[in-house]
Structures are given as C-alpha cells and as structure tokens.
Design a protein around this ligand. Structure first.
Ligand SMILES: [Zn+2]
Ligand SMILES: [Zn+2]
Length: 373
C-alpha cells in the first residue's frame, strides 16, 4: 500500500496542524504553476492525495487500520480537498499580490424527488450531470505541455498596478488589478489547446448516490469533491443533494409517524370487523372491535417511517371514521326502528352525553385540516 506518511515526510503521530503546514510547503514547491518540471505535476498530485487522506480524520483512521481510504466515494481520487486555497493564500488573507490561477470549483445543489416509500426505505439514484473536470493534457495548469506561464511584463508579477493621482487632499495612490494579466501576475502565452488555458474541460459525469432511509424534504446529502473542478484545476466543489418528498395518495407524514384515514359503515363499527389497511409495507389486516367510536385511532406500531441515522420506526396511526347510513329504504328504516326500540332509545327524547373536546380538536383535527388542504 502507498506510504502516504512517507510522501509527506511525516510520522504516524504527526498532528493535523503540522501535516497542513508540511503540505502547504510542498504544494508551493510542486504546483505546476510554479514548477515547470513535468515530474512536479505528478509529485503535486501525489502529495495532494496523501494530504487529502491524512487531513481527513475518517480517511486517516481507515488508512491507519489498513483499509482503503477512498472506499466511501468512488470519486475520492478527485481533488476533493479543501485547504489548497489556504496553501497558497494562508487562509483568507487580503487581496494583495497576484491572484491564483487555481481557484476552488463551485458547489452545486441538485434536488432529487422521492416518493414516500423511497424516503422511508432509502433509495439509489444516478446523478447525470455536465460538469468541469481537470484537463488531463495540462494537469490543470492551462499551459501547453512543457511550458509555463511567463511573468507579466507590465506588473512584474505583482498582479496589480499602481496609479498616483492628485486630489484636493493630496496625492492618492490607488492599486488595481493589472489589466495585462487580469491580476494573475503571469501570462500564459502558450495555452493548452485542450482546455484553452482554463485548466479544465466540460464532461458528462454519472454519479451513483445512495439515499439513506428516513430522509425528508429539505435534508441535504453532501458529496465532498464531487462537483466541478475549479479554474486552473482547482479543488472540486461539493455537490449537495436536496431531498424533495412527493406527497402520497393517502398516507400523511408527521415526522416519523404516518397517518391514514379510513371510513367504515356504522354496522361494522357496531358489530366489529376486520379491514385491510394499506401501509408502506403492504396491506395489513386491522381488527375493529365491536362498539367502535367514530374518530378513534388505532396505532400500528413500527409501520411508520424509518428513523434517520437511528434504529426503529415510527408508527402508523389509523384514523377511523364511522359513517351513518342514509337513503334508507322502508325495510332498513323498520329494522333500525326496531333496533332503537329494543335498545330503549326513543327518537322523541334523545338522551345525550358529553364526551369532552378531545375528539373534535387536538391532533386529529389538525390532521384532518392537513388532509383536506
Ligand atoms: Zn500583470
Ligand atoms: Zn489543458
């Protein structure tokens, strides 16, 4: 296996800060922009790969344990490191001096639509996108092979020009980016004909993505370094995959729980029955006990959504509504009347009972509102 510690010349117990320092020093020495030796670009890639692994606690641990540090994403060989800009600028340092040809690639946001079952159980998708990849011909330098940028004759490599103007408060010195080199301090006189000096080329990429079980609308999955390569072959941006959950025909999600509303006839509620309820796991037979009251719920444990990053599932809550028979024919009306008589329920003097407000408001009321939207 490649000795990444050896490549950077550090020990196994070297701290992250120290590794970062060493990498910066080596990157300044071997970057193709500053080192014309063709071997330098290979060396640069090598140290960058080593840095990418040893600066990432997870990858470093995997590597230390003898595993494949790139196992998580197949795109791991990309220039998926975040600190290279720091290597050249010392981290967010002002805007003095020439600007680097190498800049970070932009992040991209891609929305992926999932149906409820996919959000519950996870899904696999293939992202097909057109993006920028590093130009192989020039390794991102933008220069024709064997050449390198020339120091700008106008600004002498400073990347900016100064101008002295007289004003009422005296002499004012202003500096602005050098127009001859766009502030780079160097000029590519012999551009790579593959990428026209940009250091990257357009390419179609297909990226497989695994969406974990339990996601919901708004969740984002970050794919480090899977985005476009920056100008000058700079570090690739990230891709953020944002989940958009499509509404289900009859299941309504509330966090990890699911709700479903069913309607049964009065006779079934009175006598008790079994009904078949559709769930994300197929249909389930649910017993309705005799004397069931409209508006009551039945909880089906563990048939809700999978919990993200956790174990277990939410519940499926079945809201049961009982319908009153209408459009009675003569025979049915007589049957009901004799039922009422047998139960001593007079229609002239109805005895009422208060059941409290819990059944009309509370969660089911809100649920119904959401359902009828
Ligand atoms: Zn210049
Ligand atoms: Zn090129």
């Amino acid at each position: 296996m490649t000795d990444y510690y050896g490549i950077l010349g550090v020990d196994r117990d070297t701290s992250f800060d120290e590794i970062k320092k060493v990498y910066r020093k080596l990157a300044r020495e071997f970057h193709p922009d500053v080192n014309p030796d063709p071997k330098a670009s290979d060396k640069f890639k090598e140290i960058t790969t080593a840095y990418e692994i040893l600066s990432d606690p997870e990858k470093r641990q995997r590597y230390d344990l003898g595993g494949d540090p790139f196992s998580q994403f197949s795109g791991g060989q990309n220039f998926g490191f975040g600190d290279i800009m720091d290597a050249f600028f010392g981290g967010g340092g002002g805007n003095r001096g020439p600007r680097a040809r190498m800049r970070a690639g932009q992040d991209a946001l891609i929305r992926v639509e999932l149906d409820l079952a996919e959000a519950c159980f996870g899904a696999e998708r293939e992202l097909n996108l057109e993006t920028a990849v590093a130009c192989e011909k020039c390794s991102g330098s933008g220069c024709a092979p064997g050449t390198k940028p020339n120091v700008c004759a106008i600004c002498k490599g400073r990347g900016e020009t100064q101008q002295v103007t007289r004003s009422i408060i005296g002499q004012v010195m202003t500096s602005r980016p050098c127009a001859a080199c766009q502030g780079y301090g160097s000029v590519i006189s012999d551009a790579c004909n593959e990428c026209a000096g940009d250091g990257r080329v357009r390419s179609r990429k297909s990226i497989p993505i695994k969406i974990p079980a339990g996601v919901e609308t708004g969740n984002r999955i970050q794919m480090s370094g899977a985005g476009e390569v920056g100008p000058g072959g700079g570090p690739a941006g990230d891709i953020y995959v944002e989940i958009v959950e499509l509404p289900h025909d009859f299941l309504v999600r509330d966090g990890n729980d699911l709700h479903i509303s069913i309607v049964i006839p009065m006779t079934s509620a009175a006598l008790g029955t079994k009904v078949s309820v559709e769930t994300l796991d197929g249909s389930r037979e649910v017993a309705i006990k005799s004397g069931f009251i409209s508006g009551e719920t039945i909880i089906l444990k563990d048939l809700g959504m999978n919990k993200l990053r956790g174990h277990g599932r939410g519940n499926l809550i079945v809201h049961v509504e009982v319908t009153t028979p209408n459009k009675l024919n003569k025979e049915q009306e007589e049957l009901l009347k004799s039922l009422a008589k047998s139960r001593g329920e007079s229609q002239d003097d109805v005895e009422i009972h208060h059941r409290g407000g819990a059944h009309s408001s509370g969660f089911f009321g809100r649920f119904r509102d959401a359902f009828n939207r």
